[in-house]
Design a protein around this ligand. Structure first.
Ligand code: ADP
Length: 393
């Protein structure tokens, strides 16, 4: 009785894992994608075997029906050992949801009210939740929010210096995202260090990238803001820019709000600087000496170094750093570039450990002024644990 089905519903995809919370074992996992397109794709993995299908998947209801059928056909058996909960990743909880919450009609209505804060993400999450509740009735469904770990941000960190009406009526403030990952990784880091009173910076570097300063287990600063656009340079998002740039382009190039939004969210970042957003390819091109790719990675590294320095100053000290996400976990070159720029903290890269890092690995020498680790994130396990903890009181 410790199985939790974890669901991450996007606008055209549903990712899921069935986990045993006690052993952290993944009993089944899969991805249903291209929902609403002419040809949908579904993959289900259980007991080491893969099952895949290509067929039209018109909507999320069809996706969850397919998911339920995959369990019935290939296992594991949900009838005799049903999940104790379905945990849903929800991107934006606003200030209303500061912790995991059992979903009912009121919660769904409040989530709907939060849509203006996350127009790209929350509607897909809500559609996914409704479809999952229909396909898996009789099980509590729990929402786990990307923003919740950042509930401890102090006012000085979450307040933007903007007119009072923006803050009070339109809820403009820093919320922060990737909270589930920052929480999981910072807790793992504290466990490795054997202390909870640590000042750490977690760098979640995937398609989206964010940094989080975690002091004594609590998020005290983070780089994403009202939306996931602010902060580090990402795959297709600019991260920090002068907020007057959009006005400048509206006035001089005649760009509309939607064009500016699309440009900064979908056509900026690595994609704008290096022509593509896949870090692995850009990194290979940089290694081969391509100037565009080298310059793009320089911008990425510069921004990371700037944030790490700022966060150390905000916390008053820096005990450890953690790299996670696809890039953080797999790019030894990026980690080496960042760590070798941190001489002000006495950081000393352990080149061999960094090159060979697999799983949780220390990548700095024993004498390094600040310890740095690779810590693979596990958002699904964190969501499952939070859902279980909530239900067990
Ligand atoms: P998401 O944010 O969508 O969950 P991931 O955390 O999987 O994304 O990160 C995706 C990014 O990680 C991509 O830019 C990809 O190129 C990069 N990546 C994955 N493996 C490697 C690798 N071996 N070396 C460099 N970058 C990698």
């Amino acid at each position: 009785m410790s199985r939790v089905l974890v669901v991450n519903a996007g606008s055209s995809s549903v990712k899921y894992q069935l986990l045993d919370v006690h052993s952290a074992a993944v009993l089944a996992s899969g991805l249903i994608e291209q929902i609403g397109e002419r040809e949908g794709r579904a993959r289900h993995t259980t007991g080491g075997a893969d099952f895949s299908a290509t067929r039209p998947i018109p909507d999320h209801a069809a996706a969850f029906a397919l998911l339920a059928a995959a369990f019935a056909d290939h296992g594991p058996d949900l009838e005799t050992d049903p999940p104790v909960a379905v945990g849903h990743r929800v991107v934006h909880g606003g200030t209303r949801f500061q912790a995991a919450t059992v979903i009912d009609d009121d919660v769904l209505a409040t989530l709907h009210d939060l849509t203006p804060l996350a127009p790209l993400h929350n509607p897909a999450n809500i559609t996914g939740i409704r479809a999952a509740m229909a396909s898996f009735p009789g099980v509590p469904h729990v929402a786990v929010f990307d923003t919740a770990f950042h509930r401890t941000l102090p006012p000085a960190a979450y307040t933007y210096a903007v007119p009072p009406d923006w803050r009070e009526t339109y809820h403009v403030r820093r919320y922060g995202f990737h909270g589930t990952s920052h929480q999981y990784v910072s807790h793992r880091l504290a466990a490795i260090l054997g202390r909870t009173d640590v000042a750490v910076v977690v760098l979640h570097l995937g398609n989206g990238c964010s940094a989080c300063a975690v002091l004594d287990g609590a998020s005290v600063e983070t780089s994403m803001g009202l939306t996931p656009l602010e902060g580090l340079v990402m795959g297709t998002r600019s991260g920090d820019v002068d907020p007057a740039i959009p006005f400048h382009l509206a006035r001089t190039a005649g760009l509309t709000i939607d064009e500016l939004d699309a440009a900064l969210n979908k056509a900026s970042g690595l994609k704008a600087l290096a022509g593509e957003n896949d870090f692995r390819t850009v990194s290979a091109r940089a290694a081969a000496g391509e100037p565009d790719a080298i310059a793009a990675i320089d911008v990425v590294v510069h921004r990371l170094v700037k944030y790490i320095g700022a966060y150390a100053a905000v916390m008053g000290r820096l005990d450890a750093l953690a790299f996670t996400g696809g890039i953080g976990e797999h790019s030894a070159a990026l980690r080496a570039a960042v760590l070798s720029r941190l001489t002000v903290f006495g950081v000393e890269l352990d080149r061999a450990a960094n090159d060979d890092a697999r799983g949780e690995t220390r990548v700095t020498t024993d004498g390094s002024g600040v310890a740095a680790y690779v810590i693979p994130t596990n958002e699904e396990l964190q969501i499952a644990r939070e859902a279980m903890a909530l239900l067990r009181g």
